[in-house]
Design a protein around this ligand. Structure first.
Ligand code: SF4
Length: 182
């Protein structure tokens, strides 16, 4: 039979190892949070979906895969989407994308009756680090108008008008093949 002192020493070693691992994990998370610069409300929120694909037919047919959906402590769902950019710039296309995700989530059975924040976050990964930009989202009516315009352009029932401001074209990802670029 094993000496009780040896058993006690083994237990102490295991406990110390477990505590050490817990401290290491806490330290790693603190370091990650420091580098990430995550808004305070997201730090205390619960992650409820990550890269999950959603579809809906109403109010219009949409599909998409938000990077993350968080539930804030007070209950509202917030969408976060990551973009890798040379600088921390948010475009209308980002706001449109997050707004579509919000409409998509509202149509899901799993989230029925749950409040959706009127804003979301674009998580910008730049050479200088990570930046979270809070953006106010478009309402459902605007998303529906956008959807109809998109399909009208795709089907040739409407013609593109180009950007209102030249500045929008400067950083546009479609600039190279767009005949309306300014
Ligand atoms: S380059 Fe073309 S698609 Fe991009 S913002 Fe300008 S007009 Fe719009």
């Amino acid at each position: 039979m094993m000496d009780p002192m040896i058993i006690l020493a083994l237990i102490v070693l295991v406990v110390v190892a477990l505590i050490g691992e817990r401290f290491r994990r806490t330290g790693r998370r603190a370091e990650w949070l420091r580098r990430e610069g995550m808004p305070e409300e997201l730090r205390t929120a619960k992650l409820v979906a990550s890269e999950q694909h959603y579809r809906c037919q109403k109010p219009v047919a949409l599909s998409g895969t938000p990077d993350q959906v968080y539930r804030l402590p007070e209950g509202a769902l917030v969408v976060v989407d990551t973009k890798r950019r040379p600088r921390a710039q948010v475009y209308d296309a980002d706001i449109a994308q997050l707004s579509i995700y919000r409409v998509l989530l509202a149509a899901q059975k799993a989230f029925r009756g749950q409040p959706l924040a009127a804003y979301g976050y674009v998580r910008l990964v730049t050479p200088e680090g990570v930046v979270y930009r809070r953006v106010e989202l478009w309402d459902t009516a605007r998303v529906v108008v956008l959807h109809r315009r998109y399909w009208a352009l795709r089907d040739g029932r409407d013609t593109p008008t180009g950007a209102e401001m030249a500045g929008l074209c400067r950083w546009c990802g479609h600039r190279e093949r767009c005949g309306l670029a300014r």
